[in-house]
Design a protein around this ligand. Structure first.
Ligand SMILES: *Cc1c(COP(=O)(O)O)cnc(C)c1O
Length: 360
């Protein structure tokens, strides 16, 4: 039986990439070593890291005045590193609150500065993207932070906030590389790798170089972007195997038409599930406003939640795994990242339709 893994993260990886890693496990390119055993300063691994950065730059069309950093500590550490590095003597920052991940970023930022929550969508239980003309932005803010895809709530921005001179910062953990974006509109983009890139243990930060190097004097060395930038993300030992795996995913993306092709498939995949929900006569419901529904994380509930357990159990017998919704939302959630094949989504939709027919 083919298994389809709908986990929100760590998440599905391209089968082809896992196969390649398996083939190269014991002897990488005739080196006689596994990538796991290599010195991060040796020519083999340096080549792997350089290629990974080059391929990511190409895939996202990252301008030359941006640094690409391969860090650890997850997206969570960025919740602290961002205010530490980007306040640059200022005392307040703007934050958009659209759900669980925004809230965590806000709570951490409050340890460093005054946080001005420019808008939230709590009035409708975090189920939509508030229109930009309702945001109360501060033109003197050190930066504006938002979560461009809320992994838990399933709310995704389809547009970029125009913050003028205020640097724009985005947590793209769960939809980086899933759609085309214009990096030059951002000052900083960050993403934990374990959703849409590679294994856990790596966090990617893309930052405009003129913004770094202005941290407070007592900032720990490891929390200063400039240190990592000046040392090509090798100030300390990087998560070498996670960098290697992510590099393989970048090559896979390039072989398959890059981000533009991926975006097309992602639109088609998401449409299949949302259509199944919307045509179920209320058997399934997605709480997110139609225009703001995530292409990556599809939360949905059953009208009769007494059937939740049966749904999950029967899905599992079909090889459809990890569909249980986040504990804060309940119901189901299907995460359909780049590596989830169309066939996986078709299998899920087939099952959903059948389950609804049998239980209506
Ligand atoms: C998963 C996730 C995080 C947390 O990532 P960690 O790597 O566990 O720190 C932060 N933001 C978003 C949007 C996420 O999806």
């Amino acid at each position: 039986m083919t298994i389809y893994n709908f986990s929100a993260g760590p998440a599905v990886l391209p089968h082809e990439v896992l196969k390649q890693a398996q083939d190269e496990m014991l002897d990488w390119h005739g080196s006689g070593m596994s990538v796991m055993e290599m010195s991060h300063r040796g020519k083999e691994f340096m080549g792997i890291a350089t290629a990974a950065e080059k391929d990511l730059r190409e895939l996202m069309n990252i301008p030359a005045n941006y640094k690409v950093l391969f860090l650890q500590g997850g997206a969570h550490l960025q919740f602290s590193m961002i205010p530490l590095n980007l306040l640059r003597g200022k005392t307040s920052a703007d934050y958009v609150n659209t759900g669980e991940w925004s809230k965590k970023a806000i709570a951490e930022a409050k340890k460093f500065c005054k946080v001005n929550v420019v808008v939230d969508n709590a009035d409708k239980n975090f189920s939509y993207v508030p229109a930009f003309n309702t945001w109360k932005c501060d033109p003197n803010a050190a930066f504006l932070h938002y979560t461009s895809n809320e992994t838990i709530g399933g709310v995704e921005f389809g547009w970029v906030p125009e913050t003028g001179n205020v640097p724009l910062v985005a947590d793209m953990s769960s939809h980086i590389l899933s759609r085309e974006i214009d990096v030059s509109k951002y000052s900083l983009i960050y993403a934990g790798a374990q959703k849409n890139i590679g294994p856990a243990g790596l966090c990617i930060v893309i930052v405009r170089e003129d913004l770094i190097g202005q941290v407070p004097v007592n900032t720990p060395t490891m929390l200063d972007y400039k240190i990592h930038a000046d040392n090509d993300s090798m100030y300390n030992t990087p998560p070498t195997y996670a960098v290697y795996m992510s590099g393989l995913v970048f090559q896979w993306l390039k072989r398959n038409g890059g981000v533009a092709a991926m975006e097309k498939t992602n639109i088609a995949k998401a449409k299949l599930i949302y259509d199944a929900i919307d045509t179920s006569n209320g058997f399934y419901n997605c709480p997110v406003a139609k225009a703001d529904r995530s292409r990556m994380n599809v939360p949905f509930t059953l009208k009769n939640d007494a059937l939740d357990g049966d749904f999950l159990k029967q899905a599992e017998t079909r090889g459809l795994l990890q569909l249980k919704g986040h504990r804060s939302v309940g119901g189901m959630r299907a995460s359909i990242y780049n590596a989830m094949p169309l066939a996986g989504v078709q299998a899920l939709v087939g099952f959903m339709t059948e389950f609804a027919q049998k239980n209506s």
